[in-house]
Design a protein around this ligand. Structure first.
Ligand SMILES: *Cc1c(COP(=O)(O)O)cnc(C)c1O
Length: 221
């Protein structure tokens, strides 16, 4: 155990306690390691996590290419069609499928891949996610292309604080139930309690585990 391992294990325990207090009983924690070095991924693994979340295709390749990965990588950044080929050897779940044009590319480069449909519950310009109304068709398209559509993912609004996310989280969870899907990826460091209260099954947590992030350099994207 290194000092970093100890620190991440302690912080993970705090996150689990926050989830418990919010009433969560079976909520997974996805440690988000974007822009952090690989020793953070190992620390999360040593603390008992089995997967990490990453945002940038180039960073995924440079971070993991010479490692036999004992953990899964969830891709949680904006997904570009021309990056699927790069990502395919590393990614276990694509959480940000938000438009039809990604589906044939995933089906070709990562047949049978596990995916989530990213929903923009409240429209914010420049952010990913498909409109609530378009989700059922995209889920069906993914399924008919042989992808394993596990569920839905959403990101809370940038401003307004945690409570501003509640209505969107609630809509996403209710749509998930209507579609008969099981995985609901919502909640981050600042709004995980609200997400858990509204039925999240996986929170994506970066800063609460690893502290402040170094900025993403243009080269990692
Ligand atoms: C960076 C990121 C996170 C983690 O954010 P924190 O606020 O550091 O917990 C979660 N989800 C997505 C989609 C992200 O891009």
């Amino acid at each position: 155990m290194t000092l970093l391992d100890d620190q991440v294990a302690e912080r993970l325990a705090v996150v689990h306690e926050r989830i418990r207090r919010a009433g969560g009983t079976d909520v997974a924690v996805l440690p988000v390691t974007k822009t952090h070095s690989i020793d953070r991924c190992w620390a999360a693994l040593h603390a008992g996590c089995t997967e990490v979340g990453e945002n940038y295709a180039q960073e995924v390749v440079s971070k993991f290419h010479d490692q036999p990965l004992p953990f899964g990588v969830h891709f949680i950044g904006q997904l570009q069609r021309n990056k699927v080929r790069l990502l395919a050897p590393f990614v276990s779940v694509y959480e940000t499928v938000d438009r039809a044009s990604l589906v044939p590319e995933l089906a070709a480069r990562a047949p049978g891949a596990k995916v989530l449909v990213q929903v923009a519950a409240l429209y914010e310009p420049g952010k990913g996610g498909c409109a609530l109304a378009d989700v059922p068709a995209l889920v069906e398209l993914g399924q008919s292309a042989g992808l394993q559509v596990l569920g839905l993912m959403t990101v809370g609004p940038t401003s307004g604080g945690p409570q501003a996310a509640r209505a969107g989280f609630r809509m996403v969870r209710s749509l998930l139930d209507r579609l008969g899907l099981s995985m609901c990826s919502m909640g981050m460091t600042d709004d995980l309690e609200v997400a858990v209260q509204e039925g999240s099954t996986q929170v994506r947590v970066g800063s609460a585990l690893f502290g402040e992030r170094p900025p993403a350099s243009a080269s990692v994207r």
